[in-house]
Design a binder for this molecule. Sequence first.
Ligand code: MG
Length: 329
Amino acid sequence: MWHLGEIFNDLTIVAIPTRTSFRGITVREAAIFRGPAGWSEFAPFIEYNEVQSEPWLSAALEGAYKPWPELKRNKVGVNATLPKVEISRVNEILERFPGARTVKIKVDDFEKDSELVEAALDFNSDFMIRLDVNGGWDLETALLNLYNYNLRFGKVFEYIEQPCLEISDLRKLKAEIPMKIAIDESIRQALDSDFTDAQNFADIAIIKWAPSGGISRANNLIARIGLPAVISSALDTGIGISHGLALAATQNDLTLDCGLATLSLLESDVVLPALEISDGFITVNRTVPDEKLLSKYAASSDRRIWWQQRIEKIWESGFGERWQREQLD
Ligand SMILES: [Mg+2]
């Protein structure tokens, strides 16, 4: 019989309020635990089912049980993130990313959201802008909105992230627009695709440590897709972020800033020393949770039970047996 506590040492569930609603989330929950290689994190979004959560558990266990591979750099450039907020809050939010050269802005349309782009450029006229649409536009809407963004702002855009959900639409869009296209949902929702013609519908791949299944699988995925990668996070705590930073640090070429400064979106982190952004970079280090912060942000006992059951369900679906066998190989 498997005992949760033997594999997930010091398992703690934290619930950290976010500073602004992001993906509709106002409290971020995460399971934090320790293995022989250090601390790790399991934090698929609440609505994800067991199949969707499985790669996150692979990543979490790799983080706790495997030492990091060779790192090619000790710090990683990061982008600022601007969620949908009142214009009056833009400066206060962007100030949390000291030295960032790039800003990612979540947009739904041109009419309203172009004001966010304008406010970001008022804050820093040298910003490279990334728009993230989360697949929210059909082809026609994407063409119209991007025509307007291009007309109004010109060459400030580094790329447009997932303007449409359908690959057939991205393919047509790519032939029409002057901006580069990054894919995120197209990768996450089809991790097993072969991506052999990815360069025909995208220019950049957004890669995340946890949903990709950890550092080793993420690097295989990057090699398969064959596009420059932007290593990003999924609103992780400083434990998960440290593994994202390590993934970024294993890249031979890393010219694009990473989406790993998302801790600024949370009310607090649970690690000490904190992961600081300095001159647009974060230093790559294994992180350790702080006892006081862990107890301050400890989740309620019913949430703790919910997370334990979530892990157990995936484990008992065959995952646990496979994982234990792999440890013996
Ligand atoms: Mg995205």
